[in-house]
Design a protein around this ligand. Structure first.
Ligand SMILES: Nc1nc2c(c(=O)[nH]1)N=C([C@H](O)[C@@H](O)CO)CN2
Length: 118
């Protein structure tokens, strides 16, 4: 199985359970592993056969610039479903981390894996 990955993608969004977190945007760090439906691009050398990771990054930032999630869990699920549906991926692993959310901890977050439901 071929996987496109994005590491340490920074996105800015409204996230959190506290009142101030509904007003003050925060930076999140995303790691994405996206399985591909085929390996056509490896042979054709054509971006039309590839999953364009630049489009993935842009799409996620656009989606997250609108609205608010309370929990990292909900946000991760939302991103996973977008990648499965909008990019036709058979499987995805989404890690979402808050930076500086709690004292003495560099990152806290959630990692989920989702696949297409048949
Ligand atoms: N399991 C979770 N626990 C907590 C979350 C979360 O999204 N998932 N969020 C918070 C607060 O928003 C916190 O990050 C603010 O610093 C606390 N616990």
């Amino acid at each position: 199985m071929d996987i496109i990955f994005l590491r340490e993608l920074k996105v800015v969004t409204l996230i959190g359970i506290y009142e101030w977190e509904k007003r003050v945007p925060q930076m999140l760090q995303l790691d994405l592993d996206i399985a591909l439906p085929n390996s056509r691009a490896c042979h054709s050398d054509d971006i039309k056969d590839a999953l364009d990771y630049a489009q993935v990054a842009q799409h996620i930032q656009t989606v997250l610039s609108d609205g608010h999630f309370s929990l990292l869990e909900t946000l991760a699920e939302h991103i996973a479903q977008i990648i499965l549906k909008d990019f036709n991926a058979p499987w995805v692993k989404v890690s979402v981390a808050k930076l500086q959310a709690i004292r003495n901890c560099k990152q806290v977050g959630i990692c989920i894996e989702r696949g297409q439901v048949r």
